[in-house]
Design a binder for this molecule. Sequence first.
Ligand code: FAD
Ligand code: NAI
Length: 475
Amino acid sequence: MAKDFDVAVIGAGPGGYIAAIRAAQLGLNTVCIDDFESPDGKPSLGGTCLNVGCIPSKALLESSENYERVLHKFQDHGIKAQGVSLDVAAMLARKDKIVQQFTGGIGLLFKKNKVTSMHGHGRLIEGGESYLIEVTGKDGSETIGAANVIIATGSVARQIPDVKVDNLRVCDNVGALSFEEVPSKLGVVGAGVIGLEMGSVWRRLGAEVTVLEALPTFLGAADEGIAKEAWRIFTKSIGLDIRLRCKISAVETRKKAVTVQFENDGSVTKMEFDRLVVAIGRVPNTTDLGLESVGVKVDGRGFIEVDDRNRTAVPNIYAIGDVVRGPMLAHKSSEEGVAVAETIAGQHGHVNLEHIPWVIYTSPEIAWVGRTEQQLKADGVGYRSGQFPFIVSGRARALGETAGFVKMLADAQTDRILGVHILGPFASELISEAVIAMEFGATAEDIARIVHAHPSLSEAMHEAALGVDNRFLSL
Ligand code: FAD
Ligand code: NAI
């Protein structure tokens, strides 16, 4: 007799584990099934984000920034450091410890909230009144039943056809987070979020980094003004060699090197690297999930089809996170998880995909919410813009982080904020004010009238809002 649950969540990434906790809090008997294993073969909750994504990458970004600070930035403060050396093993161990603390913490949260946790691969095998899911682990299979199913199986790295990722020479995000020594020459395919973040880490630690991007534009999803300034900083000050319009034609892996051949503006170039990171986007993960057995459909790009409340066309089957449309971001996955759990419990869960913040954790950071200037132009929306540079901010000067600016875009008629774009220190933190403002339908004038602490980086947001009405106070 199969164990029966009110809710079965397949996947324990930031979408799945949050959905399971919220469902259990709402009194639903909930199981969460996950198949992720750490390199030593142990079950490890938290999905891509905690194991091989957001958390380990941010740990390495911070470590590499500290190294950069001690080598190049402390002198400005009158601090002289001698005999500085790098212990990559210790850096990786710190990162792994942070990951273990968080992944282990989810197990505790499951216990506290009475979520049943099952380790193994979940596959839908039958529909009807209750859905049957087969869970296959090392010790065999078990079948469970659930009245509601939440699919949160996430995404996996997209691969270049015929290029094998071995995570030794040719790496995806998993390998890129664990080089045991700094490569002297690192190649990165794709100048997207992972390419820029991981490229920055290894550049700061001493690698010569070449980034090969297929498109003719840099950071096409970001505001053009931000992308232009970021390009200048990343290529000039940081020293990333970013090449656009590159078509990879061959990748040859040898024991200690990898050669990449690419076409660029009509010429063919061959480059040799110690390691190559392939970061050309991610694809939804529905491998061996049994979707066909219950009639759940995927679209042409492999995403599970859902409506604006994450319902598939099959009753009581929902899908959230990277496996469905919308940005592939941890916080988007989690909020969809909460919304779906609340919908199942009879409440009205909803996520506004228009106001999901984006952050790229380079130095300086990039963050935005809402529409870009080029989108507003394309949509024929009249707007006013206020842009304030961090070089004029007292706090930014004290930090020694003066690159970049805050740009606010507001509707020309109503003054409602339509988009906020930041390049600069702690952009990841500053963007929250803009998200809150936009969710509350605030105008630029509202932000202009709110008192911001002095001296703080948030004053740049205040000034950008004042700038929308062309009445800067510090510029
Ligand atoms: P996932 O986190 O992918 O979790 C899915 C889980 O389901 C996995 O554990 C998987 O093993 C399991 N699973 C899949 N199929 C089955 C099955 N059939 N049975 C059982 N289990 C299954 N996002 C941010 O917002 N901020 C960041 O800073 C950030 N940094 C990132 C850095 C890197 C290097 C990468 C790769 C991604 C980063 N992301 C970041 C993106 C973020 O990791 C994802 O958006 C997020 O993890 C998606 O959550 P999810 O729950 O939908 O899926
Ligand atoms: P991405 O979509 O950000 O960037 C991929 C880049 O590769 C694009 O610029 C694309 O034009 C380029 N590209 C595609 N095919 C190519 C090819 N054959 N040759 C050369 N270039 C090619 O994807 P990325 O960096 O892999 O990250 C995946 C996703 O993970 C992100 O989109 C984001 O959703 C998430 N993520 C989020 C982070 C954050 O929030 N800070 C950090 C890292 C990842």
